[in-house]
Design a protein around this ligand. Structure first.
Ligand code: OFO
Length: 168
């Protein structure tokens, strides 16, 4: 059975993952209002991924005999300055989430909870991938600058992204 301390920390992480989902859904809506359908698709897929992350924690907590406690989700920002701004804010956000996952892993090690430490490694790897993807997009958007043609090329690339539930 999972410790109360770790249970509370995972419940807090479930809230953070659902907030991330909300955050990216707001970005998807913003991009849609700018007729950037590829960007909107990218963030919609991101929303689906974050919901998956939250539910993976949810199921894990139940499997370990813990109690799931769902709490209020904060309102995400609704307006952004530019497509570059959404990616910069995404990167900042993911860096915060990475720290939160690392803190959870530290706690599971401190509590000698090997099952949780093993489970959390999936998220550690996932954060590396998320930060790398978004960093590349930030750089790409900086290269594009004010070039509208470049913006539409990136938009068209982002249209291809689809949500594939991880096997883990
Ligand atoms: Fe759940 O990884 Fe992003 O926030």
């Amino acid at each position: 059975m999972i410790s109360k301390k770790l249970q509370d920390a995972i419940n807090s992480q479930i809230n953070k993952e659902f907030y991330s989902a909300y955050f990216y859904l707001a970005m998807s809506a913003y991009c849609k209002t700018k007729d950037l359908d590829g960007f909107a698709n990218f963030f919609y897929v991101q929303y689906q991924e974050e919901t998956f992350h939250a539910m993976k924690f949810y199921n894990y907590l139940l499997d370990r005999g813990g109690d799931v406690v769902l709490t209020k989700i904060d309102t995400p920002p609704a307006d952004f300055k530019s497509p570059l701004d959404v990616f910069e804010k995404t990167l900042e956000h993911e860096q915060i989430v990475t720290k939160s996952i690392n803190d959870l892993l530290d706690l599971s090690i401190k509590e000698n909870d090997h099952a949780s430490a093993s489970f959390l490694k999936w998220y550690v790897d996932e954060q590396v991938e998320e930060e790398a993807t978004v960093s590349r997009l930030v750089n790409k958007m900086k290269l594009v600058g004010d070039n509208v043609g470049g913006l539409f090329i990136v938009d068209s690339e982002l249209k291809a992204r689809v949500f594939t539930p991880p096997v883990a």
